[in-house]
Design a protein around this ligand. Sequence first.
Ligand code: PMV
Length: 343
Amino acid sequence: MSKQSQQQNFVHQVIGHNKQKHRLVPQKAQGTGHAPVNIALSKYWGKRDAILNLPTNGSVSISLPGLGTETQIKPLIDSNERRDKVSLNGEILDENNPFAQRVSAFLNHFRKDKNSFFDVITVNSVPTAAGLASSASGYAALVLALNDLFEWQLADKELSLLARLGSGSASRSLFSGFSVWHQGQQEDGLDSYAEAIDTQWPEFCVGLLEIDVKQKPVSSTQGMQNTVETCALYQAWPEQANKDMQVIQNAIQTKNFTTLGKTAEHNALTMHATMIATWPPIVYWQPESVEAMHKVWQLREQGVEVYFTMDAGPNLKLLFLETEKPAVKQAFADIKILEPFKQ
Ligand code: PMV
């Protein structure tokens, strides 16, 4: 079966299109969706199925309210061009733009017929300066907008499954607070979705440390594939990552910040170790990233309880409790501090 039809089958199973043809008929003039970005505390790195975006391990994340994507979608009518109209942050993208192409490829699963196109307006409230990936919030917001346009009234589980198809980490961006993305075992991918973890932790802070906001040199999809194929150390990753995920889930439930912070930092460094041991090597770090890590370790030696995590880029995300806010601010003058449970 081709990639397109495998994905199409998956989508039909989730939205129930086979049974009810009207699932792909817009029920209103436009649909809207909003979703936050999320930061993984134990990471997703590696796909066991690249077509359905199925991970080799589960992951846990925290969403950042106030930073995310707002999407509007409507059927494109009276257009001579036989393609979607996609705009990002106020700019209409041309057909060769990679973002527009990815969005259109995703929307191929949701066309009533080959003549139906969409008008998509996407606004990212992720400040470029934050150095955060917006694909997670982007696909989650797009799925919410489609759910609204077609009035599917899907449950969170189904929304998460659809978002996962766009970008793995998007499965976790449907929720506020902490969430867990289950690895799943089934070949059809219907058991690999994220759920909210029902714990409020008002003192929990995330600090965004901008090192460099340029486009990453290797995409996460490409990076994961190279790691899985060429890194011998990677064999140890899925088991370790699943253990870390359990430890972090327990630490969230018991509000054990020390265990959460240590495990999250260790997990991120383990993931980066597999990247570095890939061929060709993937080193997302800049000298300033390493400098910031040393600063975090120095702070810890001085008794300030702060940890870091990093994704497929050079920027650090610091984890600490409210009591450490003054010390963290003093050490990192340009840090942007977010309190995910206080709005
Ligand atoms: O969802 P993707 O394909 O952008 O991959 C995300 C990978 C990491 O950000 C490095 C880890 C994670 O779990 O978010």
